[in-house]
Structure formats: C-alpha cells, structure tokens
Design a protein around this ligand. Structure first.
Ligand code: UD1
Ligand code: UDP
Length: 351
C-alpha cells in the first residue's frame, strides 16, 4: 500500500507519529509537511523527539489568510497526488492542512482516509469545525476515536466505512510516557502550578476574552505556567496585555512534547482551549478546565474530568478551585493501539 500522509500543524505531528511508525514496517509512506507550522518549537522538535520520518515533500506555505493558505497547499498537493498516485491520502484532525489535502484527494482517483473523524463542536464560527465537517463528508474511510463520534457521523448520514479506532494521540502519549518515566523537564516550575495553553482564534482574536482569561490567571490560588503559542504572544503584545500576562503567569515559549506531557502530569489542573491537551489531561489524571463554551471531546466532560467554562474570569477561577479529585476514569478513546487498528483497517479497505 502506498500512503501519502499529510501533516502541517503541531498536533498532527503527534498524531502521525503513532501511525507512521505502524505503517513503515510493511508499507510505503510518503510524508508531506505543508509548512503551516514552521517555528522550530512548533514543528522540528516533534520530528526529532517522535522520530517522525523526514518529509518527502515540504510545501513551506507558512502563515496567511485561510483562503490563501489553504489554496497554496492545494496547488502543491494536487501536483504531488498526480505525480505519486498514492493508494490513499491520510489526513489528521481539523486544520487547514487537513482540509486542503481532503479536497485534493476527494477530486482525484486516490482514496481519502480521515483520522479523528466524527468530532463536532457544533460551533460554525470555528475554522476547525468547517475543516472537520467537510473532510468527513468527502472521506472514503473514517476513523472515529470513540463510539460517540461514530454515532455523530451516522446522524449526518455517514455510516459506511466508519471504524472506531481509539485515539492515536493516546498511542503517542503511552510511548513517550514509557520513555520519560521519572525524568525531569529541566524547566524551572513551582511544585504546585496550573498549566495553561491558549491559542484558539475565538480567544486570541478577541481582546476582551483574552484579557478576561489573563485576569483569571492572576487570581488563581496557585501559580500558572503558560507555554504560549506564537499567535497568542502576538495578540497579547498587540492588545497591550503582555506585561499583565507575564505578571499573571509564568509565560514561557512552547516546550517539547516530552516536557509538555510531564508538565500536564505534574500540574494540579490544566486550563486550556486546546483539543489535544484536554485529552492529555484526562489520560494523565489531571483535571481540566476548558476555556471554551464547546468541546469536541464531550466524553471527558460527561466523565467529570473536564469543565467547560468559556472565558469569563470568575468562572475560570471557580472551576480551577473546584477541579480536584475527579471520579473514577472510564476508558474513552481506546487503550493505546489505535494506530495498529488504523493500519490493519487500511490494509482491508484500501483498493
Ligand atoms: C492551527 C489550527 C488549529 C490548531 C493549531 C495547533 C487551523 C485553522 N488552525 O492554529 O486548529 O489547533 O494550529 O497549534 O488550521 N505562527 C507562528 N509560527 C508558526 C505558526 C504560526 O508564529 O510556526 C503564528 C502566525 O502569526 C500565524 C498564527 O500563528 O498567523 C496562526 O497560525 P495558523 O497555523 O494559521 O493557526 P494556529 O492558530 O496555529
Ligand atoms: N504541546 C507541546 N508543547 C507545548 C504545547 C502543546 O508539545 O508547549 C503539544 C501537546 O502535548 C499536544 C499538542 O501539542 O499533543 C496540542 O497542540 P495544540 O494545542 O497546538 O493543538 P490542538 O490540539 O488544539 O489542535
């Protein structure tokens, strides 16, 4: 089987690492890096740490408006798909890189497989919701991380070739945890802290929301460690909030995956608007407060491990204070063998 895997943003490197490892023994994989993320700490460090293969193609698209970024990826990807004629194009998650590859594959003779299918926030103002819905609706093979996502797809009329695989991010997490066991991050952080990340457009493109989140950080009972996405740094500086942010939290550059996983594990609570980080907190037994009104990972909320608070200062502060001692934990997204299940199913499904 010839697989063309398309990645471009930080969480996709984490997801593809698990599947790529499974594929490579028995199949030919060409990895495309769109270049959506390009700063070393958002890209290169993951390739090194997770032993991802060197991309066969690096499109170098960089940052731009949604239309320009997506279109530039599509132009390059169409050429690559035409030249390489892969049996299947494999895409992950819900970024512009996902959508660009999905649209190209859907209009070619190759099959399209989507990992993380069936997730919904039902918030159309999120670019990610547009990307994942459209990708699902033009995919030939859909890998849902859990039963709920499979049912969501069925409600939208997609029930053929949908497989519950579990979460590939859990696979990668299990592997890094085995490697990390007991090692220090090398970062200077307090014994007790809340770990925060913020990067969603809804929070960074709205000064009031970002200010309200920063105010919450300044009122928490324990210090906040905040590895900040470059988008958020730019927003804080533009809004004149940078100094307040650095007073409210220990703002640091994005850290490596291994460092981040250790920070999640040792935190008293995670406060985040990230999709992947909500799950990582759940896997690592750390309660999560989600700085959004919706989540695609609704099972973590239902299980009592995740609280949706939005961006209101007092609600964030109250939720973080209350976020202790969650109940017993169900197995929501598989047991760390999602990548193997995906590759086995691809072997059966790909023509
Ligand atoms: C993207 C995804 C989002 C995902 C996130 C993971 C889309 C629409 N959004 O959001 O779903 O959760 O990645 O982190 O695909 N920038 C840099 N250096 C980089 C990359 C970006 O400085 O290496 C800055 C640029 O100013 C850029 C901004 O971040 O304009 C946003 O980058 P972009 O890739 O468009 O979106 P993310 O917010 O990273
Ligand atoms: N991550 C990391 N270093 C950081 C922040 C996050 O390695 O400083 C990892 C995190 O462990 C997770 C992924 O990046 O695997 C999540 O990416 P992000 O929050 O940017 O995207 P989302 O999951 O929201 O799409």
């Amino acid at each position: 089987m010839n697989v063309l895997s398309v990645v471009g943003a930080r969480p996709q490197f984490v997801k593809a690492a698990a599947v790529s490892q499974q594929l490579r023994g028995a199949h030919d994989e060409l990895l495309v890096h769109t270049g959506q993320h390009y700063d070393p700490e958002l890209s290169e460090v993951f390739f090194e740490e997770l032993a991802l293969p060197e991309p066969a193609f690096h499109l170098g698209v960089g940052s731009d408006s949604h239309a320009t970024q997506t279109a530039e990826m599509m132009l390059e990807l169409e050429r690559i798909v035409d030249d390489e004629s892969p049996d299947v194009v494999l895409v992950y998650g819900d970024t512009n890189s996902t959508l660009a590859a999905a649209l190209v594959a859907a209009k070619s003779s190759t099959q399209l497989a989507h990992v993380e299918a069936g997730l919904r926030s039902y918030d159309w103002s999120m670019p990610e919701e547009v990307n994942r819905r459209l990708t699902d609706h033009c995919s030939d093979i859909l890998f849902a991380p859990g039963q709920h996502a499979k049912e969501t797809l069925a409600q939208e009329g997609i029930s053929e070739n949908v497989f519950v695989s579990g979460d590939v991010m859990y696979d990668t997490l299990v592997q890094i945890s085995d490697r990390l066991h007991g090692t220090e991050t090398g970062l200077d952080v307090p014994d007790e802290y809340v770990l925060a990340t913020v990067h969603r457009a809804k929070n960074t493109d709205d000064r009031d929301r970002l200010e309200s989140i920063i105010d919450a950080f300044s009122q928490l009972h324990v210090p906040v460690v905040f590895p900040a996405h470059p988008r958020t740094v730019t927003a804080l500086q533009e809004y004149g909030l940078w100094e307040r942010a650095t007073e409210a939290a220990r703002v640091i550059d994005p850290v490596t995956y291994g460092q981040f996983i250790t920070l999640v594990e040792d935190a008293v609570c995670v406060a985040t608007d990230s999709g992947g980080v909500q799950k990582e907190a759940f896997y690592l037994d750390t309660p999560c407060v989600t700085l959004r009104e919706t989540t695609e990972w609704i099972e973590t909320v239902d299980a009592g491990w995740n609280t949706l608070v939005g961006a209101e200062t007092s609600e964030i502060v109250d939720a973080v204070r209350a976020a202790v001692d969650p109940p017993a934990k169900p197995e929501l997204y598989g047991n760390g063998n999602a990548a193997a299940r995906i590759v086995e199913q691809l072997e059966r499904s790909v023509r």
